[in-house]
Design a protein around this ligand. Structure first.
Ligand SMILES: NC(=O)C1=CN([C@@H]2O[C@H](COP(=O)(O)OP(=O)(O)OC[C@H]3O[C@@H](n4cnc5c(N)ncnc54)[C@H](O)[C@@H]3O)[C@@H](O)[C@H]2O)C=CC1
Ligand SMILES: CC(=O)[C@H](N)C(=O)O
Ligand SMILES: [Zn+2]
Ligand SMILES: [Zn+2]
Length: 348
């Protein structure tokens, strides 16, 4: 076992990050040490890299970045039960208290004391990482590390898409960023038809098609609501899934969903949003779900089985695979430019 490792670290309260050599950490009580096999970049990592307003209030450098991972357990700390050296694992990022009102109602995804692994703690953009044992998820060997690392964001997509019936339903997805793309894969694997995607970026519309979108629309050049009505014989879609965080997309989706339809909102808006509640939600009798995190642990079972089924069309979504962390700056800049789906660092 080596003593040192490389890691992408937010060293300073400023734009960027550094590749550093640091000691391999030791797992304490209730923790395990994993050897990272694959780790992927989340939009939150980009916010930390860019040092946006949210990051400035939340992140305390120096800190190792990253939270999406597949790895192998190489050391188990005192008091850990049910996890052994050699286990092939991923990590739920929400560290929940288990004691608050929400947790005691089994609503761990809205724990009032949630800490986020890799945001409030050191993370997994490193050769090794210490992980709280309570957050470890065991993977079957049949899921390759480049897919297993995507389970955490896939969980967001699964909770968004599967918050209500989806098989045989017409669907509008707004936003084909990494999460919207995963949402398309889940919707298609679950039998939705047609899946209509609204996304301004041509690069991402092409990705959406590769993942299986039946129709793609450019909301900056086409009338999304009219196109959806044309495709659905004037009825509107059964399900509207918001993955963009764009207020305009929210309004279009609420107009395009059929009366009595279902809406799942995952995208985070830049601030308060003004919508016509009376006409767009109440008189349409919509069912609207706010989506956050993942249900523990139901969502992970669903994600794992979807991956094992082989029905998720993930390959087109992984647009960039890097061996090691050497080109991390290129990776972050590509992501900033919106020229990516998911980026995975392979350490195997
Ligand atoms: N609720 C939750 O638990 C979580 C929410 N999020 C949020 O989910 C959203 C999606 O995440 P990512 O895919 O990583 O973000 P992203 O920013 O990469 O993707 C958003 C996509 O929406 C597109 N878009 C912009 N304006 C649009 C419009 N008017 N109509 C349709 N599409 C439009 C953009 O071109 C982009 O491709 C973000 O808002 C993120 O903050 C992310 C993680 C967890
Ligand atoms: C904060 C994050 O980026 C995380 N993926 C989450 O689901 O909360
Ligand atoms: Zn994330
Ligand atoms: Zn709690």
């Amino acid at each position: 076992m080596p003593e040192k490792m490389v890691a992408i670290m937010k060293t300073k309260p400023a734009y960027g990050a550094e590749l550093v050599e640091v000691d391999i950490p030791k797992p304490g009580a209730g923790e395990v040490l994993i050897k990272v096999l694959a780790t992927s970049i989340c939009g939150t990592d980009l916010h930390i890299y860019e040092w946006n307003e949210w990051a400035q209030t939340r992140i305390k450098p120096p800190q190792i970045m990253g939270h999406e991972v597949a790895g192998e357990v190489v050391e188990v700390g005192p008091g850990v039960e049910g996890i052994e050296v050699g286990d092939y694992v991923s990590v739920e990022t929400h560290i929940v208290c288990g004691k608050c009102y929400a947790c005691r109602h089994n609503r761990y995804h809205v724990c009032q004391n949630t800490k986020i692994f890799g945001v409030d703690t050191n993370g997994v953009f490193a050769e090794y990482a210490v992980v709280p044992a309570q957050n470890v998820w065991k993977n079957p060997k049949s899921i390759p590390p480049e897919y297993a690392t995507l389970q955490e964001p896939l969980g967001n997509a699964v909770d968004t898409v599967l918050a209500g019936p989806i098989a045989g339903k017409s669907v509008l997805i707004t936003g084909a960023g990494p999460l919207g793309l995963l949402g398309i894969a889940v919707a298609k694997a679950s039998g939705a038809y047609p899946v209509i995607v609204s996304e301004p970026s041509e690069f991402r519309r092409e990705l959406a098609k590769k993942v299986g979108a039946d129709y793609v629309l450019n909301p900056f050049e086409e009338d999304v609501v009219r196109e959806v009505m044309n495709i659905t014989d004037g009825n509107g879609v059964d399900v509207f899934l918001e993955f963009s965080g764009a207020p305009k997309a929210l309004e279009q989706g609420l107009q395009a969903v059929t009366p009595g339809g279902r809406v799942s909102l995952l995208g985070l808006f830049p601030g308060n949003v003004s919508i016509d509640f009376n006409n767009l939600i109440i008189f349409k009798a919509l069912t609207v779900y706010g989506i956050t995190g993942r249900h523990l642990w139901e969502t992970w079972y669903t994600v794992s089985k979807l991956l094992q089924s082989g029905r998720l069309n993930i390959d087109p979504i992984i647009t960039h695979k890097y061996k090691g962390f050497d080109k991390y700056e290129e990776a972050f800049e590509l992501m900033r430019a919106g020229k990516t789906g998911k980026i995975v660092f392979m350490l195997k």
